[in-house]
Design a protein around this ligand. Structure first.
Ligand SMILES: Cc1cc2nc3c(=O)[nH]c(=O)nc-3n(C[C@H](O)[C@H](O)[C@H](O)COP(=O)(O)OP(=O)(O)OC[C@H]3O[C@@H](n4cnc5c(N)ncnc54)[C@H](O)[C@@H]3O)c2cc1C
Length: 437
């Protein structure tokens, strides 16, 4: 009998297993893939170097097999390529499968167990309560807590029929289909050492591991075909350095609001299975860890002395996340829908004035509405864009406030959920802004 069984052995499940094992829990992580093929769908990932310290992960550096390089500046450019924003941030470039291998080593050292080629089939119940899982081989694995870390497919969460757990599928309107081109630049004098993004096209160019190489990426709702169309539009609009294609990667990331509750009796959902990604750039690894770190303490407390982790005992996981990162990301996600729903010229004006998109050394625009109205009067910003941005900002603020008032116990949840649903309905989805699919 395990205390906890975690379904999914990538960045969320493996990290969380290490945290729980360190707190003395008996943890098993299963994954349907083999150890060798795990996470092979993606090679290079980038994330902020501060995350290592913040989440207690030993920093990767020179000499570590997963480490590629660091960079220190992220540039953002406007749709017409006229304005540049500069943000200083230390970013680590790593090989994902090798990084997961290192996370696994830490988790194993703490006492967590891993089993590969083992796939989740269904939940196991005792006296009507979740009490472990059953694999596709019909093996029963009893556990007091089941954690879904199965990524965007959320294979466990989607089987649950419970008013405190949403079983939605993350469909084409709720995903970003990401197309990555690994390229070798033709001009040996050009090297891509920092990342530059063009949020209007949801496109970017960033460093990779081979000398003279770069990654050109685009993310789009609906399908890989549409992402390819967006890539063509991006490359036609923005003069990128000439290149030879090495190979392509295609994968999906969730782009929707997370479930309103991550817990119910005997169950917790984390990572991509809980749609925890950063709205502005899709970064998912640290977003999941923001939830995992306090969750480990709450789980350890809920399960001490052999106790069953009821939703009441686990509720603090919801409250901590939703009132913090959850509130900030809900507001940002809503606002971004309005911020991208405009013309190239409108987007250029936002960059020019440092509205939404600004450099670290630029002051916040004090009178936002005034600056937008001035743009409309001068003909540089359309009235339609002003209405779109003002309305999405207002909806984002309302959502943020609502998340900050997340209920302290499950008792307040049904009323909170009802209002949250209404607010999100008004916000709509990023997919609503697609006009040329
Ligand atoms: C193209 C692309 C580039 C990205 N780049 C970055 C980046 O640079 N930085 C960043 O922070 N984030 C990035 N992300 C997001 C990041 O990759 C994800 O947020 C993160 O990998 C999610 O981790 P996870 O552990 O939640 O899920 P996953 O990595 O999806 O892992 C889920 C695991 O569950 C297993 N599983 C599924 N079903 C079952 C089953 N039935 N039984 C057993 N096991 C099962 C799978 O085999 C898999 O190993 C990117 C995403 C994409 C698509």
């Amino acid at each position: 009998m395990y205390d906890v069984v975690i379904v999914g052995a990538c960045t969320a499940g493996t990290y969380f297993a290490g945290l729980l094992a360190k707190r003395g829990l008996k943890v098993l992580v299963i994954d349907r893939d083999t150890e060798e093929s795990l996470a092979k769908r993606l090679d290079i990932i980038h994330f902020t170097r501060d995350s290592f310290k913040e989440f207690g992960v030993e920093p990767s550096g020179e000499g570590d097999e997963e480490f590629v390089r660091d960079f220190h500046v992220c540039y953002g450019k406007s749709a017409l390529n006229n304005h540049l924003k500069t943000n200083y941030i230390n970013v680590a470039v790593l090989h994902l499968p090798l990084f997961i291998k290192r996370l696994r080593k830490t988790a194993v050292e703490a006492g967590a167990q891993f089993r590969f080629r083992t796939a989740f089939q269904e939940l196991r119940y005792e006296n009507g309560r979740i009490a472990g899982i059953i694999t596709t081989e019909r093996e029963e694995i009893p556990a007091r807590l089941v954690v879904d870390a199965s990524g965007i497919s959320a294979v466990v969460r989607r089987t649950i029929d419970d008013p405190y757990m949403e079983s939605f599928e993350t469909g084409p309107r709720d995903r970003f289909y990401v197309l990555l081109k690994y390229v070798k630049l033709k001009d040996p004098c050009i090297s891509v050492v920092d990342s530059t993004s063009w949020p209007y096209y949801k496109g970017w160019i960033a460093p990779q591991h081979t000398p003279g190489g770069a990654i050109i990426g685009v993310g789009a709702n609906l399908s890989f075909d549409y992402a390819r169309k967006c890539m063509a539009k991006f490359e036609a609009a923005i003069p990128l350095p000439e290149y030879e294609l090495q190979y392509e990667e295609m994968a999906c990331t969730p782009y929707r609001r997370p479930p309103f509750s991550f817990v119910t009796d005997g169950f917790l959902v984390i990572g991509d299975a809980a749609c925890l990604t950063k709205p502005i750039n899709g970064e998912g690894i640290p977003s999941a860890w923001v939830q995992c770190t306090p969750a480990a303490d709450v789980v350890a407390e809920a399960m001490k002395d052999g106790g069953y982790p009821t939703k009441e005992k686990l509720w603090e996981i919801n409250r901590i996340y939703q009132t913090g990162e959850g509130a900030a990301y809900a507001g940002e996600r809503a606002m971004l829908i309005g911020a991208v729903n405009m013309t190239e010229a409108d987007n250029d004006y936002l960059y020019k004035k440092g509205i939404v998109f600004k450099s670290d050394d630029e002051p916040e625009v004090e009178n936002l509405l005034g600056a937008l109205i001035q743009g409309v009067l001068s003909g540089a910003f359309s009235l339609k864009a002003l209405i779109s941005l003002a309305s999405s900002t207002q909806k984002g603020e309302a959502l943020k406030k609502h998340y900050q008032a997340y209920p302290d116990t499950p008792n307040g949840y049904p009323v909170w959920e009802k209002k949250a649903l209404k607010l999100w309905k008004k916000v709509g989805s990023m997919a609503d802004t697609v006009k040329d699919a």
